[in-house]
Design a protein around this ligand. Structure first.
Ligand SMILES: Cc1cc2nc3c(=O)[nH]c(=O)nc-3n(C[C@H](O)[C@H](O)[C@H](O)COP(=O)(O)O)c2cc1C
Length: 220
């Protein structure tokens, strides 16, 4: 089985969670794929699952042009053992975000996710869907209507309930991106098993909660 974890934070309207579910559906449509969703509030119960995952997909709303503070709190937990022992090297990574504004500075948020994944040595998968809504024939119903490629960009009107926002085009875009990441993960994981790198066989810590940078420094 290919193992995929979706780690997300969602709070204000539950929109990021709606997208996480769509990503999960899309990933589950690929054969031999197991998917779990983990809210960042619960991450300390799920480190083993994350370490064992072939892919980790990151989701956060865009808050003040950035990842949400609580999502960053999760990322900073990686800045100890996970980072130093290169525990997530060559895991597949991808991401998604949602904001109220059409832009809302989502690009800045996704760029942060790419940087986080890169610091962990992960392999980022971009969106494969051609950007929509770019001509007089386009509409809000187009897939990838925000025409973003780093990760899924969704938009949810701030006054609308979850049944209306984000719209079906964004949900479908997220589903397709989940499917794409699962396909890439399946292809890569099989190749990695068939052709392991020297460093793939190195023992990795299985600590249930990874040591922080401060703990690592104190233990030297
Ligand atoms: C603290 C805060 C900051 C926000 N900052 C932005 C922003 O910079 N740009 C934007 O377009 N929307 C912004 N929004 C709106 C949210 O991104 C939007 O409502 C999103 O769908 C919320 O996702 P969630 O329901 O998963 O928390 C902000 C909302 C909150 C609560």
């Amino acid at each position: 089985m290919t193992k995929i974890a979706i780690v997300y934070y969602s709070n204000f309207k539950g929109n990021t969670e709606t997208l996480a579910k769509a990503i999960m559906r899309g990933a589950q449509s690929v054969a031999d794929t197991e998917v779990v969703m983990i809210h960042t509030d619960d991450v300390d119960q799920h480190w083993q699952t994350l370490h064992a995952s072939d892919a980790i997909i990151f989701g956060t709303p865009t808050y003040i042009g950035s990842v949400a503070a609580k999502f960053k709190e999760f990322i900073e937990k990686l800045a100890g053992e996970v980072w130093l022992a290169r525990m997530w090297t060559n895991k597949i990574a991808g991401g998604f975000t949602v904001s109220a504004g059409r832009s809302g500075d989502k690009l800045s948020c996704l760029q942060q996710l790419v940087t986080f994944a890169s610091q962990m040595g992960m392999i980022w998968v971009p969106v494969r869907i051609t950007g929509g809504n770019y001509s007089s024939h386009g509409s809000e119903e187009d897939l990838n209507r925000m025409a973003g490629y780093l990760g899924v960009m969704a938009q949810a009107n701030i006054d609308e309930p979850a049944e209306l926002a984000p719209p079906p085009s964004d949900i479908k875009t997220a589903e397709m991106h989940g499917n794409h990441i699962a396909n890439v993960t399946r292809q890569f994981a099989h190749g990695r098993t068939a052709f392991p790198a020297e460093y793939d066989t190195q023992a990795k810590s299985d600590a249930s909660v990874p040591m922080t940078l401060a703990q690592l420094m104190a233990s030297e």
